[in-house]
Ligand binder design. Structure first.
Ligand code: EPS
Length: 387
């Protein structure tokens, strides 16, 4: 079983992650993880914080001479901004009382619900952990899982398909081209025409003191049939992907394949007819409305997950709120913030998909070292041809 935990506050000293269950013998390098960390930090619409941070991982446990050794892997990422927050975020009792309490909850953030739940009169004790800064740690974990799923020939690609109501046109664009364009785009958007309109929308939102959300899509290519299971609710691959994606800060909706559109169509317009290729000795589909999953099990087609991200909750032109101490009507707190982080969310989505797939693959193929795991996989592929 693969499991992981992250810890760390947005302006604390470090983010950390511990991941357990990766077999021994998997090649891991800080450079590869840093590449994904850098991808998460880019994007037109990021706020001033990203000029301060340049995320770099330190691997402090579980890896020796560039390979996993089967023990828990612990990762550290420094918050460079911490230097400016040492007093505010001190672990020990402060020498002087902290006067700058945050007491005006932001609608859409965890501020009020968290303050009520954890009995806090300083919302900083909530916002520091609810901040999407935490996703840097998840991307680092996802990067290790990406290295694992790559051994199975799986690649996971995320890109933006809509921002602020502007959507891309990608009919029939091959995956390689989508990937290439998305990587080159400052909005991780494969359609340069749509990208230009999105940028205009972001500029307009910035001028108004507003923020924008959008939709990203993550695809996993090369997943074999038979991952996940129909036999229990918590083993279903689609359910696990939905939970993982929904757990990303600010995500309000998740779709697999055709998603909500399937509810508007009849069965003959939705389900993907089954064909057999006797040369390749494998079943295939000519459509993929199921998004690669049927009955909670991967069916061998590309897995397609989409997520809707709400606009960032911190608004430079703040909404109406109520002070949690005085109960007076106030404007919501304005923390320095971003205008749009959908491009980052696409990279975080990739990480969560890699984590879920790695776990489901380990469940099916087991193994305590990579050669055992991959031998089991090779034997399964041989079985599929004989089926
Ligand atoms: C965030 C607020 C901003 C973002 C942050 C998420 O941070 P700050 O308050 O320090 O300006 O930049 O995202 C990151 C730091 C990051 O690495 O993605 C929030 O409130 O969620």
């Amino acid at each position: 079983m693969l499991r992981f935990l992250t810890s760390g506050e947005s302006h604390g000293k470090y983010l950390t992650a511990t991941i357990e269950g990766i077999p021994s013998g998997l090649k891991i390098s800080a450079e590869t993880i840093n590449h994904d960390l850098a991808r998460r930090q880019t994007g037109y619409g990021v706020g001033p914080r990203m000029a301060i941070e340049k995320d770099e991982v330190e691997i402090v446990a579980g890896v020796r001479f560039g390979k996993t050794i089967g023990s828990p892997i612990t990762l550290l990422i420094s918050n460079r901004d911490w230097i400016h927050w040492q007093e505010t975020m001190a672990v020990n009792d402060p020498k002087r009382p902290i006067k700058e309490l945050v007491t005006a909850p932001r609608p859409g953030h965890a501020d009020l619900a968290g303050a009520l739940k954890y009995h806090q009169k300083d919302i900083r004790n909530i916002l520091e952990r609810s901040s999407a800064r935490e996703t840097a740690a998840r991307v680092a974990v996802g990067s290790i899982c990406r290295a694992f799923v790559k051994q199975f020939g799986i690649r996971v690609i995320g890109y933006v398909i809509s921002i602020g109501g502007i959507s891309i046109k990608k009919q029939n664009m091959p995956l390689d081209m989508i990937h290439q364009h998305a990587e080159a785009s400052m909005l991780r958007c494969p359609d340069p025409v749509a990208e230009r309109s999105m940028i205009r929308r972001i500029d307009a939102a910035r001028k108004r003191g507003d923020s924008l959300g959008g939709i990203f899509e993550v695809v996993a290519d090369g997943v074999p049939p038979g991952i996940g299971s129909h036999i229990q609710w918590d083993l279903r691959l689609d359910a696990r992907l939905a939970q993982a994606i929904m757990s990303i800060q600010a995500i309000k909706g998740v779709e697999i394949g055709m998603g909500f559109e399937a509810a508007r169509r009849s069965g003959s317009q939705v389900h993907d007819p089954i064909w057999y290729d006797s040369n390749k000795k494998s079943f295939y589909r000519t459509t993929n409305n199921a998004g690669g999953i049927e009955g909670g099990i991967s069916n061998g087609e590309m897995i397609v997950v989409r997520a809707a991200m709400k606009p960032i909750a911190t608004l430079y032109a703040p909404l109406h709120s109520v002070d949690i101490v005085t109960k007076e009507e106030v404007a919501a707190a304005v923390e320095r913030s971003d205008i749009c982080r959908v491009p980052s969310a696409a990279v975080i989505g990739e990480a969560m998909v890699c984590i879920v797939l790695a776990n489901a693959l380990l469940e099916k193929f087991g193994g305590d070292n990579m050669s055992e795991t991959l031998n089991n996989y090779a034997s399964y592929l041989r079985y599929l041809k004989r089926f």
